[in-house]
Write a protein that binds this ligand. Structure first.
Ligand code: IMP
Length: 178
């Protein structure tokens, strides 16, 4: 079998500059909305949200704390809709202002599961921020409070997003054919 050659860079869907501009706007809006609320807890959903969370969190002007949560994600083509908790947050969110930070909302099953789970812990407030959303694919009734971009139903990679663990550190969001 021939060795895998260098990969072609995926075509750009959202450029580095567009992402950066939108993250600035989201951070400004979130900072404004939470200005009088005290510390917020940002919960990044691993692995995909690590880049977005890092950029967003550093642009906020409000007090914030960083937490991560890991959920099982499906392989492309095998969407059972079942979500499983792999790693929980390390802090009690009761009476705290919580903002979930997601990389991508596809069917929204993951977000739905997460919101139900966190809501049961009685935070003072619970909102969600997602970088991209595939609007046509959404199945669950979930409100995204802060959204970066609506995108078409294509497999996207980069800026934290992967295809079988590849492309996560690509600086822009590109389209691949899985
Ligand atoms: P959900 O369907 O909204 O629950 O999304 C499940 C997970 O699938 C996401 O958190 C991502 O990890 C992954 N995912 C869905 N679509 C894409 C994509 O286009 N690129 C990379 N990951 C994706």
């Amino acid at each position: 079998m021939p060795a895998e050659g260098p990969r072609e860079p995926p075509p750009v869907l959202i450029s580095e500059e567009e992402i950066s501009g939108r993250v600035d706007e989201l951070a400004a809006q979130i900072s404004l909305d939470y200005a009088d609320k005290g510390e917020i807890i940002l919960i990044g959903v691993l692995k995909g949200a690590f880049v977005f969370l890092a950029d967003l969190a550093r642009r906020l002007t409000i007090e914030r704390r960083i937490e991560f949560i890991a959920l099982s994600s499906y392989q492309y083509g095998a969407e059972s809709g079942a979500v499983r908790l792999l790693m929980d947050v390390r802090t009690d969110v009761r009476d705290r202002h919580v903002l979930i930070v997601e990389d991508i909302v596809d069917t929204a099953n993951t977000l739905h599961y997460l919101i139900d789970m966190l809501r049961a812990r009685e935070p003072a407030s619970l909102r969600c921020c997602a970088l991209v959303r595939k609007k046509e694919r959404i199945r669950s009734e979930v409100e995204v409070d802060y959204l970066g971009f609506d995108i078409p139903d294509r497999w996207v990679v980069g800026y934290g997003l992967d295809l079988r663990e590849q492309y996560r550190t690509l600086p822009y969001i590109g389209i691949v054919d899985p």
